[in-house]
Design a protein around this ligand. Structure first.
Ligand SMILES: NC(=O)c1ccc[n+]([C@@H]2O[C@H](COP(=O)([O-])OP(=O)(O)OC[C@H]3O[C@@H](n4cnc5c(N)ncnc54)[C@H](O)[C@@H]3O)[C@@H](O)[C@H]2O)c1
Length: 350
């Protein structure tokens, strides 16, 4: 069991209201972004005690230290003391950034997560990894700190765009590939996410993630399985973040999973049929990422500085059969370049 409650269901806002009474905060600061302020805050506000709200600009482009400074300045102006509680109302960006801000303000104050995207409901809100991007590197500055609770109302997903919904589904795919062989067969039948029982899907993914995090909260071993797709995926995400049309986190991770599944195939850890099935499901829902040979060096250098690396080696989580994984696979430059090349050939890129 994780040592904080996770409520999933339509009564989550009500449960949050009760929990806030028990926490007895000296003050409450809600952190939202411009979309969650409009779409989610009206649903939540009636359940909260008196509070202030800080609205930041939405998107990964704002997940950086300047936004933290903006919030720390507001907290200071409000004279928040160490008994205050922060409510993070939003997707993974708000959860990661708001949690980081709270857990560093005056050496750490309490916070709760109210995730509002599928990605944050199935993955980012659970596990206590918090942080921001820095100089082109994903989640480069951050801490581990647990929230007081996670309150997941699937109804928030009604206002989420389809593109964002499918971005979150990439983490659901990941959870199945690393930990649920049987569920993987069912997952491949999905044609339209809006017709699925999303509450059940969230519960299942949260159960998988919680189980892994309980065993290894500080990512010394098994928790690295959750990085499947992320060694290549983070390099792609941060590379395209600096261009005019970035890819969403889940879209980059989906492409990263195709690449890391190929790497698993190349090392004889999965069958060609497994690789084909993974690529087929991902191709159904996600755009390919148009990498060209001219992008090789920049992507390689981003991977060189990935925080998962140790002693100078680029480390990656691979599949070891569907539903199983192998952590700490050291990747050579040749293997990485071959994987880029294979991806380009698969999608008819130059
Ligand atoms: N901490 C972790 O363990 C962990 C795990 C996975 C991903 N992440 C991080 O999560 C981030 C991605 O999260 P995300 O995909 O939720 O991105 P996000 O927070 O940027 O949200 C996506 C978009 O949806 C909008 N939005 C949010 N909820 C909405 C709603 N209910 N209705 C309408 N619009 C809504 C947001 O304003 C934003 O524009 C990345 O930074 C990634 O690194 C963290």
């Amino acid at each position: 069991m994780l040592n904080y409650p996770i409520h999933i269901g339509p009564d989550a806002p009500l449960a949050l209201g009760k929990a806030m009474e028990e926490l007895g905060p000296s003050a409450v600061l809600v952190i939202a972004d411009d979309n969650t302020f409009l779409s989610c805050y009206p649903r939540l506000r009636q359940h909260l005690p008196d509070h202030e709200i800080e609205v930041i600009r939405s998107g990964e482009q704002h997940k950086h230290l300047q936004t933290c400074e903006q919030i720390w300045a507001r907290m200071t102006a409000l004279s928040l003391d160490r008994k205050a509680v922060v409510v993070n109302l939003g997707g993974g960006v708000i959860g990661d950034l708001g949690g980081f801000v709270a857990s560093t303000y005056k050496r750490g104050i309490r916070f709760v997560q109210v995730p509002t995207t599928l990605l944050s409901q199935v993955d980012a809100s659970v596990g206590g990894k918090l942080g921001v991007d820095f100089r082109g590197f994903k989640n480069h500055i951050g801490v581990f700190a647990d929230p007081q609770g996670v309150y997941i109302d699937p109804a928030f997903l009604e206002t989420l765009s389809d593109r964002e919904l499918y971005s979150g589904f990439a983490e659901v795919i990941k959870h199945h590939l690393i930990a649920d062989q049987e569920g993987w067969l069912r997952l491949q039948q999905i044609e339209d996410l809006r017709k699925e029982n999303l509450a059940a899907m969230i519960e299942h993914s949260v159960a998988i993630k919680s189980h892994i995090v309980e065993k290894d909260p500080f990512e010394q071993g098994a928790r690295k399985s959750l990085n499947f797709g992320h060694t290549f995926g983070h390099a792609l995400e941060s590379e395209w973040l600096e261009r005019s049309s970035p890819f969403l986190h889940g879209e980059a991770i989906a492409a990263g999973m195709v690449m890391e599944a190929y790497m698993s195939l190349r090392r004889g850890l999965i069958y060609p049929k497994d690789y084909r099935e993974i690529k087929q499901l991902i191709d159904r829902f996600y755009p390919e990422i148009p990498i060209h040979s001219a992008d090789n060096e920049s992507l390689l250098s981003r991977m060189d500085n990935d925080k998962k690396n140790e002693h100078g080696a680029t480390l990656c989580t691979l599949l070891d059969g569907i539903g199983f994984f192998m952590v700490n696979a050291a990747l050579s430059r040749e293997e990485i370049l071959d994987t880029f090349q294979h991806y380009r050939e698969e999608y008819g890129l130059d």
